[in-house]
Design a protein around this ligand. Structure first.
Ligand code: NAI
Length: 213
C-alpha cells in the first residue's frame, strides 16, 4: 500500500532538490522563505512548488511562506531519510570504490554495511569503516545482517546472477549502475537506475542547441 496515493514520479524526483536547496538556506541561517523567493531560487514557478507540496498535504501558510526548518523535516519524512536502510555494494572497482568512498549514505537514508567483490587481490582491503568481502560470502552475510538494498557496480552479465542470489535473500532495493535492466525480470523490487552517460548525452544535446552548426 503506497504511503501517498497518485504522486507522479516527476514530483518524487523533485523532492531531493527541494531538500538540497532548503538545507542550503538553513546553512545560511534562513529560516523562512516565501514560495516566490523559493521559486526564483530553484527556477520553478511558485504554483509548481505549491502543487508539488500539496501532493503531501502542503506545508506553507498564506502570507508567511514556508518555515524552512519544518519543511526540511517534512520532506525528510516523506523521503524516509531517517530510515537508515542497510545497503551493500557489489563490485569494488573504479566506480564502486568512488561511490563507497565519497557518497554520504547516512544523510540520504542508508547505512553502508558491506562491500563485496570477487577479485582475490581486493578482498580484505579497507574502505572507510569496512573491508571488502568475498562475494562468495554473500549468503552468510545476508543471513546475519539482512541488508535491504544493493548497490550494483558490476558489469551487466554479472548483475543478473547477483540479483538472482540477492532477491531470495531479502534484498528489495537496487541502486543500479550496471546497465542490466532488472525490472524486466523482477517486478516487486524498488530500482533506481543510474546512467551517467545519459546525463552526458543530454548535455551534448544542450550544447548542440547553443552552437549554430
Ligand atoms: P571495474 O572493472 O573497475 O570494476 C568492476 C568490479 O566488479 C571489479 O572489481 C570486478 O572484480 C567486480 N565484479 C565483477 N563481477 C563480479 C561479481 N559477480 N561479483 C562481485 N564482483 C564482481 O569497472 P567500473 O569502471 O567500476 O564499472 C563497473 C560497471 O559499472 C561496468 O559494467 C560499467 O559499465 C558500469 N558503469 C556504469 C556507469 C553508469 O553511469 N551507470 C558509469 C560507469 C561505469
Amino acid at each position: 500500500m503506497p504511503r501517498y496515493e497518485g504522486v507522479s514520479p516527476s514530483v518524487v524526483r523533485r523532492l531531493p532538490r527541494y531538500y538540497r536547496f532548503l538545507r542550503e538556506l538553513l546553512a545560511k541561517d534562513v529560516h523562512r522563505i516565501s514560495s516566490r523567493e523559493l521559486s526564483q531560487l530553484m527556477n520553478l514557478t511558485a504554483s509548481q512548488i505549491r502543487q508539488d507540496l500539496n501532493c503531501f498535504g502542503g506545508f506553507g501558510q498564506q502570507g508567511y511562506g514556508y518555515n524552512v526548518d519544518a519543511l526540511i523535516g517534512e520532506i525528510s519524512g516523506i523521503l524516509g531519510l531517517e530510515r537508515g536502510y542497510r545497503a551493500i555494494l557489489i563490485g569494488a572497482g573504479n566506480l564502486g570504490l568512488a561511490i563507497a568512498r565519497h557518497m554520504s549514505f547516512e544523510t540520504k537514508g542508508f547505512n553502508l554495511v558491506g562491500i563485496f567483490d570477487k577479485k582475490r587481490e581486493l578482498i580484505g582491503q579497507p574502505v572507510r569503516h569496512l573491508v571488502i568481502s568475498d562475494v562468495n560470502r554473500l549468503e552468510n552475510f545476508c543471513g546475519v545482517f539482512s541488508p535491504q538494498v544493493a548497490i550494483l557496480c558490476i558489469p551487466p552479465a554479472a548483475a543478473k546472477e547477483i540479483c538472482e542470489r540477492l532477491i531470495p535473500l531479502g534484498v528489495r532495493g537496487f541502486w543500479n549502475f550496471s546497465h542490466y535492466d532488472l525490472t524486466l525480470d523482477y517486478k516487486d523490487v524498488a530500482v533506481e537506475n543510474v546512467h551517467l552517460g545519459d546525463s552526458l548525452m543530454t548535455l551534448c544535446y544542450h550544447m548542440s542547441e547553443l552552437t549554430e552548426d
